[in-house]
Design a protein around this ligand. Structure first.
Ligand SMILES: NC(=O)c1ccc[n+]([C@@H]2O[C@H](COP(=O)([O-])OP(=O)(O)OC[C@H]3O[C@@H](n4cnc5c(N)ncnc54)[C@H](O)[C@@H]3O)[C@@H](O)[C@H]2O)c1
Length: 346
């Protein structure tokens, strides 16, 4: 298939693209380039990556594609809190705009990278795709709104699918330090302690970024009836764990002791997720990673790259990089790229 991957130069995109290419798909990327240069090893090659904003795409830009996979987003709560309007503008209205122009261009499938955080504070029951939304942040709210707006566009020739990913982990050429497994592993290796910012009690569903990519591949390959306007929780039941279990697994593999930050308390994001639907309806989706294997992979790559605390705590933290781009005039308040000539003229 000819596939446009929006957000191809981010954490998940740089792992997904080589997997799509290996599966024989013809891939084009589209990315605003916020994390260009925040590299953790060599970047994927062998495909065209366009620089642009999903909010500015026109039907002509999408002509000839069979599918769009949209990963482009403000990808966590801290960046989402900077300016809630910008978060809704990219994550909800931008995602819906991209879906609209894709539909106008005759693209048949649109895979939207959603998040389990739309379930938010969900109580003790494991949430299914039919559970209520209870988002607790602008990021979570933006994913709810995106799904609702995109769903209205589904018709006999346009099939959107919403992949509600668990919290991701794993090594990537555009590593992120601000997600729990990666964070605890990197801090253990660079600071010598597994430092918890909460009391470790919250439950977190986890999924490796290669397994998220496998879910995208499975949606592209599935019969239309199975994926048309459908949401799937993406993860595996074995990897719904408490943060303190992750900390202990990191400690066991790095030898660093588990410590609790002063005043650490329970955190609001605490939910368990039921992953049976994707296994039932998309049997070709077979997740292969465990959290323990992911920690080994991360620790191995971090040692090989000689990761320093300075790099880990600055280069690979999404909020830090977005604030750097804003402070140097390269991103405006709505998180639009300011052209280089305009930056130079200041
Ligand atoms: N990593 C996770 O734990 C996780 C979990 C659930 C869902 N998701 C979702 O998966 C997607 C990808 O996440 P990630 O971890 O790779 O994030 P990321 O921040 O590493 O990558 C996002 C990419 O999108 C690009 N981008 C942002 N706004 C854009 C715009 N307006 N136009 C074009 N490009 C733009 C950025 O430059 C970046 O390369 C996001 O939608 C995120 O919400 C991620």
């Amino acid at each position: 298939m000819r596939v446009l991957v929006a957000g191809d130069r981010g954490y998940i995109g740089t792992v997904l693209v080589p997997m799509l290419l290996s599966a024989g798909h013809d891939v084009t990327g589209l990315d605003a380039g916020w994390y260009d240069g925040c590299d953790f090893g060599p970047q994927p090659t062998g495909y065209e990556s366009r620089t642009g904003d999903i909010r500015d795409q026109q039907p002509a830009d999408l002509a000839g594609f069979d599918a769009v996979i949209n990963l482009a987003a403000i990808s966590n709560d801290p960046v989402g809190h900077l300016n809630a309007d910008a978060t809704y503008s990219v994550n909800a209205h931008g995602a819906a705009h991209l879906a609209r122009v894709a539909r106008e261009a005759g693209v048949a499938r649109y895979v939207f990278s959603s998040s389990c955080s739309l379930y938010g504070a969900a109580g003790d029951e494991a949430v299914t795709e039919d559970s209520d939304f209870n988002p607790v942040t602008p990021y979570g709210e933006s994913k709810v709104l995106a799904e609702q707006l995109i769903s209205k566009l589904s018709d006999s020739r346009f099939s959107p699918t919403y992949l509600r990913n668990a919290t991701a982990y794993g090594s990537s050429p555009r590593l992120r330090a601000d997600i729990v497994v990666n964070n605890l592993t990197g801090v253990a290796l660079t600071r010598g302690e597994v430092r918890l910012q909460s009391d470790g009690s919250p439950w977190r569903p986890l999924v490796h970024i290669e397994d998220i990519s496998r879910a995208c591949l499975a949606v592209l390959a599935a019969d239309r009836d199975v994926i048309h306007d459908q949401a799937f929780n993406v993860g595996r039941d074995e990897d719904v764990v408490q943060i303190r279990d992750i900390a202990e697994a990191v400690s066991a593999r790095t030898g660093a002791p588990v410590t609790y930050e002063a005043g650490a308390s329970a955190d609001k994001r605490d939910y368990r997720v039921d992953f049976s639907k994707i296994g039932r309806l998309l049997p070709e989706f077979r997740p292969t990673w465990t959290v323990a294997a992911g920690i080994e992979e991360l620790a191995g790559d971090m040692r090989r790259h000689g990761l320093t605390a300075e790099q880990f705590e600055h280069t690979y933290v999404r909020l830090e990089q977005v604030n750097r781009l804003k402070a140097t005039g390269r991103l405006d308040e709505m998180l639009r790229r300011v052209p280089d000539v305009a930056v130079a003229a200041r």
